[in-house]
Design a protein around this ligand. Structure first.
Ligand code: PAF
Length: 287
C-alpha cells in the first residue's frame, strides 16, 4: 500500500486512478483504525477499483478542552491494518501539509449541525464539514464511505455534498458492535476494564427505545426518550448528555412518530464521551 503525505501528490494519485478507468472508493478516517473502519474499507474494496483511505486527526473538529492531544495515533499500525483488508493508498498529511496557512474558510451546514452533538460540542460539525469538504475536493469524483456510528456527522456530510453538488456518492455503512452491543469507537480506548463492562448499557438503552416504538407502538417522541433515559439511568456511572428521536435526514424532532425515525444517545462514561444510535419504525412503516 502506498503512503502519501503531500496533498498535491494525493490529488495526482486520485486523478491517475480515474484515468486508468477505476472507480475511487474513499474512506476518510482519523486513524486509530478498528474493526468498524476496516468494515468500511472492505466495503469500498468490494465496490471500487481503487481504495483510498485518509488518515488525519483534524484539529478543527476538537473543541477547547477536548481530547485532541490524547487522541490515539498509530500510523504504522493503521497502514498495516488498512492494507490487510485491501486499501491501495493512504493519505496521512501533517497539519502543516494540510493547511500550509491557517484556514480562513469554514463550512457550516445549518440546522443539522446545530442540534444534539452540535449543541454539546460547539463548532465540532463546522470542523468536520470543513475538513470533509477539503478531503472530497482533493479526492475528486469518488464514492465515499462513512460509518453510521456518527449518524449526525453522516447527515451533515450528505447535506454538504448535496448543497455543494460535489461529485461524490456518499455511502453510510452499518455500525460494528462487540458481541455485547457496544459500538466500536476509537474513544473506547479511554475506558477502563470496569467501564468497558458497563458500556454496552448505552446500546441497551436504545434497544429500550426501539422496543417502545416497534413492539408497543409508541408514537410520542418524548415518551420514547423517557424510555431510553430510564434504561440508561439504571447504570449510574453514565452521565447522560442527550437522548433524542429525530427524522433521520433533517434531524427535526417529529411531532408524532409516523415515518421511520432515528434514536440517538450521547453520554459520558469515565474519560470517554460515547455516542450511539439505532433506527426505529412503527410496525408496517419500514425504513
Ligand atoms: O469520522 C471521522 O473519523 C472524522 O470525523 C472524519 C469524517 C474523518 C473527519 O475528520
Amino acid at each position: 500500500m502506498e503512503l502519501i503525505t503531500d496533498p498535491v501528490a494525493w490529488r495526482d494519485a486520485m486523478d491517475a486512478a480515474r484515468r486508468d478507468g477505476h472507480q475511487v472508493g474513499l474512506v476518510p478516517t482519523m486513524g486509530a483504525l478498528h474493526a468498524g473502519h476496516l468494515s468500511l474499507i472492505r466495503r469500498a474494496r468490494a465496490d471500487c477499483g481503487v481504495v483510498a483511505v485518509t488518515n488525519y486527526v483534524n484539529p478543527l473538529q476538537f473543541g477547547a478542552g477536548e481530547d485532541l492531544a490524547a487522541y490515539p495515533r498509530d500510523l504504522e499500525g493503521d497502514a498495516r491494518a488498512a492494507e490487510s483488508v485491501g486499501a491501495d493508498v493512504m493519505f496521512a498529511p501533517s497539519v502543516r501539509e494540510m493547511w500550509p496557512e491557517e484556514p480562513r474558510t469554514t463550512i457550516h451546514v445549518g440546522g443539522i449541525s446545530e442540534v444534539l452533538d452540535g449543541a454539546s460540542r460547539p463548532g465540532h460539525f463546522d470542523g468536520v464539514a470543513t475538513i470533509v469538504a477539503k478531503l472530497l475536493a482533493l479526492a475528486g469524483r469518488c464514492w465515499a464511505y462513512f460509518g453510521e456510528k456518527d449518524f449526525q456527522q453522516l447527515a451533515v456530510i450528505r447535506r454538504l455534498v448535496d448543497d455543494l453538488s460535489l461529485p461524490v456518492f456518499v455511502i453510510g455503512c452499518p455500525i460494528v458492535r462487540t458481541t455485547e452491543g457496544l459500538a466500536l469507537s476509537s474513544r473506547n480506548a479511554y475506558l477502563t476494564p470496569d467501564e468497558l463492562a458497563v458500556a454496552p448499557a448505552l446500546y441497551w438503552s436504545l434497544l429500550a427505545g426501539k422496543r417502545a416504538v416497534e413492539d408497543d407502538g409508541e408514537t410520542d417522541p418524548a415518551a420514547v426518550v423517557d424510555r431510553i433515559e430510564e434504561a440508561l439511568g439504571r447504570e449510574p456511572r453514565f452521565e447522560l448528555d442527550y437522548a433524542a428521536v429525530v427524522d433521520p435526514a433533517t434531524f427535526d424532532v417529529p411531532g408524532r412518530i409516523e415515518t421511520p425515525v432515528r434514536l440517538l444517545v450521547a453520554a459520558r462514561l469515565g474519560r470517554a464521551r460515547l455516542i450511539d444510535n439505532l433506527p426505529a419504525s412503527l410496525p408496517g412503516s419500514a425504513e
